[in-house]
Ligand binder design. Structure first.
Ligand code: ADP
Ligand code: MG
Length: 247
């Protein structure tokens, strides 16, 4: 869990200040807030990609700043992150997926299973080279994909990784509404029995969450379960009603 963490980037204001979040095993947290509110920053602290400037990150009762590097590396291996700005590797489809777990590079069954779960298999079906198609346009014969198609490849990476903590950061930015719904559905299958953090400014799947954290200017504005926040009748409730009208 995170205890009163803060994060300041060099030469910047606090991207995050005094935020506390506890996540039990098997729970799902939903982080929301406007662009620049600090959602991705908080995600990087949870994923142990960055360290907080102040406060503590504690996993299994162990303070991350006080454990050995090897232990931190072990925790990290159990985290799977699908980034908003996910990597578009100029590699074959097979390699792009296996990046999530390189031991499976030659394991067709694992690669295809992950691709089917993430819907990347549909993308692959349209590629002349199938799983051996080079992606990206940097090399001759490379085939570039749309944002939504890349997203499905990135999701396949998370499936093959089989991590205990899964984080999906604004997965829907490049997807249309139907594809977004599908990715969320897939993600909810992916996270079954696991701990998960979903980051989005759209509320379409928010009811799945055990806890919702609404960030504003790097601070906690509201936190609680959906019903609690609706009852609170604050900003979350206001935005939820506003968005509900759009669905
Ligand atoms: P969100 O994901 O909610 O849109 P971010 O966590 O990405 O918000 O950003 C929060 C704030 O931190 C913003 O003001 C952003 O400009 C700043 N920020 C994010 N990453 C960096 C970085 N690597 N260096 C400097 N400032 C950053
Ligand atoms: Mg972000």
């Amino acid at each position: 869990y995170l205890h009163r963490v803060a994060k300041r980037y060099p030469a910047g204001h606090d991207a995050l200040s005094d935020v506390t979040l506890t996540l039990e095993q098997g729970e799902m947290a939903f982080l929301t807030g406007h662009s620049g509110a600090g959602k991705s920053t908080l995600m990087k602290l949870i994923a142990l990609i960055e360290r907080p400037t102040r406060g503590q990150v504690v996993i299994n009762n162990q303070n991350i700043s006080q454990v050995r590097r090897s232990q931190v590396a072990k925790f990290r291996r159990n985290v799977g992150v699908i980034f908003q700005d996910f990597f578009r590797y100029q590699l074959t489809v097979r390699e792009n997926i296996a990046v999530g777990r390189i031991a499976y590079l030659d394991d067709d069954t694992q690669i295809k299973e992950s691709a089917e779960k993430s819907l990347a298999a549909e993308v692959v079906a349209d590629l002349p080279g199938g799983y051996d198609q080079v992606l990206g346009k940097r090399f001759a014969g490379g085939q570039d994909l749309s944002g939504g198609q890349w997203q499905k490849i990135a999701l396949a990476r998370a499936y093959i990784r089989d991590a205990q903590l899964l984080i999906l950061d604004e997965p829907t930015s490049a997807l249309d509404a139907r594809a977004e719904y599908e990715v969320f559905q897939r993600f909810s299958e992916l996270i079954e029995g696991k701990t998960a953090v979903l980051i989005s400014h759209r509320f379409s799947t928010v009811r799945m969450a055990d806890v919702i954290l609404f960030l504003e200017f790097g601070r906690r504005l509201e936190m609680g379960a959906h019903e609690e926040l609706m009852e609170l009748n604050g900003r979350y409730a206001e935005l939820f009603r506003l968005q509900a009208r759009g669905y």
